[in-house]
Write a protein that binds this ligand. Sequence first.
Ligand code: SF4
Length: 294
Amino acid sequence: METGKLFENVAFNLLKLAVIYLPDDVKQALKKAHEEETSDTGKTQLKTILDNIELAEKYQAPVCQDTGTLIFYVKAGAKAKDLDKVEEALINATIKATKEIPLRPNAVDPFTQKNSGDNTGRYIPYVNWEIVPGDKVELTVMTKGGGSENVCIGGMIVPGEGINGLKKFVVDAVIKAGAQPCPPNILGIAIGGGADISMRLAKRTLLKPLDEPNPDPAIAKLEKEIFEAVNMTGIGPMGLGGKTTILGVHIDYAFRHPASFPAAVAFNCWAARRASARINADGTVEYLTHKLKW
Ligand code: SF4
């Protein structure tokens, strides 16, 4: 098969997998939260979410009506062929997926307010490129819900406040967000770099599975502390009260300017949709996050 078509087919499959089937780690975390939730209302909300997930799989329908803004992450092997065909393939896959799955058209011109109708437009779907050694291409899609995007926040901590300042920044962001991001959420947190770098890292870290704490024990400990602190807010599932406000926390960082302490919190909703595949140089494809079910 021609490489451009192969990229397009894989991207289409990833979009379909992502919007219908939540990754296993997210499903497991929601099941555990349902078992452990002590608020009756919170438990009912989690049961509804779990039923929703089951029905989406049964009827092959998107797990949420908001199929999000489409963001691709491409890890391109420096020796991979036909990389110039990737972006066009991702656009074609997006148009096809919008029509056939279908996806809700979510790409609006911010000046004219006109919806393109096919989930494409200037910089959308957004493509994050990373050049890596080798000859393989790894494609990942995140379909990012609007409700959880609306409360993502970037800011600057007073450098002298350090990590304590970060904890306050995160808890304040969650309290301010309340029910808006469709909790339970997953938090991607990043510090350092610059305003743009911390937000980019925060969002990218949402791609990590929930059962993968940071390999650095000190950062893993901070993830756990923030997880526990945020779940003490009592916001609960869908903001209706309970001990499950978030399902997990991932932290990433870059070194910072001595005078600056950028921080960012990216929220993902319970419909934390992501899917990845690796395309090998011989044209074979490995789906990394999901087992193909069709
Ligand atoms: S924020 Fe997430 S769960 Fe809420 S409506 Fe949007 S996609 Fe659906």
